[in-house]
Design a protein around this ligand. Structure first.
Ligand SMILES: C[S@@+](CC[C@H](N)C(=O)[O-])C[C@H]1O[C@@H](n2cnc3c(N)ncnc32)[C@H](O)[C@@H]1O
Length: 257
């Protein structure tokens, strides 16, 4: 891949590149670790830098960017707590975004995916895997310093409570970031997906200043990215140029693990 006009860093996120290829737009993160690919993703070189394809069909965070997420993304040098890391598909990209001077504390409670996450951390030096239950942040709080953001993708009925518990204990304070891949199918059948999203926004608005949520369809059915900044009166980022980049005719890829 050659740098050029069709190639630009994403606003506020210098380690995320958007590449226009004919009608399609692709996202790439600058790799912190070494090959081989983490989950079969494509790699490419730009000069002496290595990038990994960040696909909306594989990662809810990539889907949020493609769907026009106007909030902050993890930035170089930051520390993030990642809840529900599974085998590290998205966590590795978050680690790419925070770069070698940042850290991602990745919590996963199931042993099988955790074993792969642990193996990944051996070649992704800024990824710190934690085998633990995100419902009990006190149990791992000694391993996690105050963080600049919490990313959650636990797909549980009490996903919001889990986020708030972790945020209260481990965020640096007001203005720190929340990114929640909200799975409405886990929240019961008594409301529609939109109803669940609205109710989650209402609950979160008691403790956070929210950026407009974005639907993650067609990539992740019934999911929304919800979040913003911790603290009701936190100041939100002003984004003037964010617009959805969903390519025409794009079909959803494989589901994120
Ligand atoms: C949808 S998957 C995560 C996918 C991953 N975030 C990605 O994009 O690569 C949800 C994960 O959350 C984990 N999980 C669910 N409840 C959890 C809890 N209470 N504490 C920690 N992990 C949990 C599950 O074991 C599962 O691996």
């Amino acid at each position: 891949m050659r740098p050029g006009r069709a190639f630009r860093p994403w606003e506020g996120s210098p380690r995320l590149l958007e590449v226009a290829r004919n009608e399609r737009r692709e996202l790439w993160t600058e790799a912190v670790g070494d090959p081989p690919p983490v989950y079969g993703e494509r790699w490419t070189n730009v000069g002496d830098r290595r990038y990994r394809l960040f696909e909306p069909g594989r990662s809810k965070l990539a889907a949020a960017v493609v769907r026009g997420w106007a909030g902050d993304l993890p930035a170089p040098g930051e520390r993030w707590l990642y809840l529900g890391a599974a085998t590290g598909t998205t966590a590795s990209h978050v680690a790419d975004l925070v770069g070698p001077d940042g850290r991602v504390y990745a919590v996963e409670r199931s042993v099988r995916p955790f074993a792969r996450l642990l193996a990944l951390s051996e070649r992704w030096p800024n990824l710190r895997p934690i085998l633990g239950d995100a419902r009990d942040p006190l149990a791992y709080s000694a391993l996690v310093p105050p963080v600049d953001g919490v990313y959650a993708d636990v797909a549980q009925a009490d996903q919001l409570d889990i986020v708030v518990k972790n945020a209260e204990l481990l965020l640096t304070g007001d203005g720190a970031r929340l990114l929640i891949a909200l799975k409405t199918a886990s929240m019961g059948r008594h409301r529609s997906a939109t109803g669940h999203r609205e109710s989650a926004e209402e609950d979160l608005a008691e403790t956070a200043a929210l950026v407009p949520s974005v639907p993650l369809e067609p990539f992740h059915k019934g999911h929304f990215m919800v979040g913003g900044r911790w603290g009701r009166s936190a100041r939100l980022p002003v984004r003037e140029s964010v617009r959805p980049t969903m390519p025409r005719g794009r079909r959803p890829g494989r589901r994120a693990r």
